[in-house]
Design a protein. Structure first.
Length: 265
């Protein structure tokens, strides 16, 4: 099975400017496709911006809304799958969500963030209640989490047990928590034997300072590609053969003793 070339878009776009963010996503998709990528991953709430305050209700839209339609056109035009973050409206509730659109424009998966971070998110969003959301792309089982979710090892282990090969984590990681990107993400990939694509915002935005450092970490605990602190598009390979060899050599999942873990719940 060939590798899945994956592009990580490290950018904050323009908060509150959906049309401009879609243009930036389109330009990134063109560059990613030119580099041979089959998947483009953008940061948390990329469609609208993160620090949008009380504009959340105004900018929120349903999973099949105009943003999804615009991203589908981008995916089809450039022949690759696109993951984007957005505020999802479902009736009176609003979720911090991410959606994976396939190369044919079809909606493959929609995930709602289960662990909300800080006062801003807890004020405006409802937590999701599905811990594992997956889709298949080119023979790779893809799972979705968002930012703070990945800092709970139980979330990542649940994906490992469900067969996730590549975990996509659009994020809005801010100062002074850069150690998550630098240290936690490679450990998560190693301990649960999967690839993890962690894709951050960058620079100042409202009261926040995003640290960049987006990365694709492999199941051997090494970082396969890493962005710096500024706007950047980086590309890395998700190699099924390396994944299979790593899982065969690493006994963590095989040596688990679930009967001892009841107290964790």
């Amino acid at each position: 099975m060939p590798s899945l070339r994956t592009a990580l878009l490290q950018s904050s776009g323009r908060p509150g400017a959906v049309a401009e963010n879609l243009k930036a996503l389109d330009e990134a998709a063109a560059r990613a496709a030119e580099a041979g990528a089959r998947l483009l991953v953008s940061p948390e709430l990329f469609l609208t911006g993160y620090a949008i305050g009380d504009a959340v209700p105004e900018l929120a839209e349903p999973a099949d809304g105009p943003g999804a339609g615009a991203v589908a056109e981008i995916a089809v035009r450039h022949g690759l799958a696109v993951l984007y973050g957005y505020p999802e409206r479902d009736g009176e509730r609003i979720f911090n969500a991410s959606q994976l659109i396939g190369p044919d424009g079809g909606r493959l998966a929609n995930y709602r963030k289960t662990h909300l971070f800080g006062c801003f998110e807890q004020e405006w969003f409802t937590p999701g209640d599905r811990p594992v959301v997956q889709a298949d792309l080119d023979g790779i089982r893809i799972g979705l989490l968002i930012c703070y979710d990945v800092e709970f090892p139980e979330n990542v282990r649940a994906h490992a047990l469900a067969g996730t090969d590549l975990l996509l984590v659009p994020t809005a990681q801010m100062h002074p928590f850069q150690f998550v990107a630098e240290s936690v993400i490679p450990v998560r990939a190693f301990e649960s034997q999967m690839y993890v694509a962690y894709v951050n915002r960058t620079g100042p935005e409202g009261e926040f300072e995003f640290v960049g450092l987006s990365c694709l970490a492999g199941p051997d605990g090494t970082v396969r590609t890493r962005a710096g602190r500024g706007e950047e598009l980086v590309v890395g390979e998700v190699d099924p053969e390396l994944l299979a060899a790593s899982r065969a050599a690493n006994p963590y999942l095989h040596d688990r003793r679930p009967g001892l873990y009841g107290s964790l719940a």
